[in-house]
Design a protein around this ligand. Structure first.
Ligand code: B12
Length: 212
């Protein structure tokens, strides 16, 4: 099963190996790029648990994260793009991890899932200041701004972005959705966000709901 070999490659930081597994899985039609990304999400949750239980350490985590990022960027996103080219866009979304926060994996998974479901995704990366999100959203005519936060300390930047939109008189122009492990439905309500999702799959349903 491709998922087992993927897990091994991710744990061993075997970027070339992981690329080959992904490529052959797509070629043999064992799974679509979006299904592979879903498996990667599960594997990274497993890696995260091993880290929390101190079975692996920070360099292991960074190695696995970098391996996954490279393969999503170089193999899976282009494969999704190749399949999705003829599809109409369901809406434009600007996504990023908020200021001071470098966690990218969950946000990239959400971005890739949305992309594979027909949304046009502008991924601004990590440590993104509020003004950057807003400037990009204005530039591309996005409908949604999506904010990821994995640190309790960085969550407040989600609230600050909503405030910044209000200050600029732009709050009603955009839907703001938030996510990341320390966030919750209650948090989203508290800061006046338009939606929250627990994972990449729910993020797709949320977007469909918000944009119809
Ligand atoms: C990998 C990792 C790292 C990697 C990140 C590499 C990378 N390129 O992303 C590295 C090693 C760099 C790192 C660094 C740090 N980390 Co770290 N890290 C993790 C870890 C183990 C896994 C995160 C992850 O990738 N999960 C897998 C993905 C798939 O899940 P996810 O991120 O939750 O995303 C899903 C959902 O949350 C949701 N989602 C995410 N974003 C969004 C956005 C929207 C809009 C929506 C709708 C949904 C959504 O969908 C995603 C996909 O299903 C977590 C522990 C954990 N189990 O979460 C700690 C963790 C997040 N890190 C933590 C900490 C403390 C740090 C450091 C401060 C450590 C240090 N002392 O230096 C630094 C922070 C540096 C900084 N300024 O940001 C703490 C945060 C505690 C807290 N609540 O504040 C955690 C929880 C570990 C712990 N238990 O202590 N980390």
């Amino acid at each position: 099963m491709f998922e087992e070999s993927m897990k091994k490659a991710i744990l061993e930081w075997d970027e070339d190996g992981l690329k080959k597994i992904c490529q052959s899985t797509i070629e043999n039609k064992e799974a679509t790029p979006a299904e592979i990304i879903k498996s990667i999400g599960k594997i990274m949750q497993f890696v995260g648990k091993r880290f929390e239980q101190e079975e692996i350490f920070l360099p292991d985590l960074v190695g696995s994260a970098n391996t996954v990022k490279a393969v999503i960027d170089e193999v899976l996103d282009p494969a999704i793009k190749a399949i999705g080219e003829e599809r109409e866009t369901r809406g434009k979304i600007v996504i990023g991890t908020v200021e001071t926060d470098v966690h990218s994996i969950g946000k990239d998974l959400v971005g890739s899932f949305l992309f594979s479901n027909g949304f046009e995704v502008y991924n601004l990366g990590e440590e993104v200041p509020a003004v950057k999100f807003i400037e990009k959203a204005e530039e591309v005519g996005a409908q949604v701004i999506a904010l990821s936060s994995l640190l309790t300390m960085s969550m407040d930047f989600q609230r600050q972005l909503i405030q910044e939109l209000e200050d600029r008189g732009l709050r009603n122009k955009y839907k703001v959705i938030v996510g990341g492990s320390p966030t919750s439905e209650e948090w989203a309500e508290q800061i006046g966000a338009d939606g929250w999702a627990d994972d990449a799959i729910e993020a797709v349903s949320l977007m469909k709901k918000l944009l119809t």
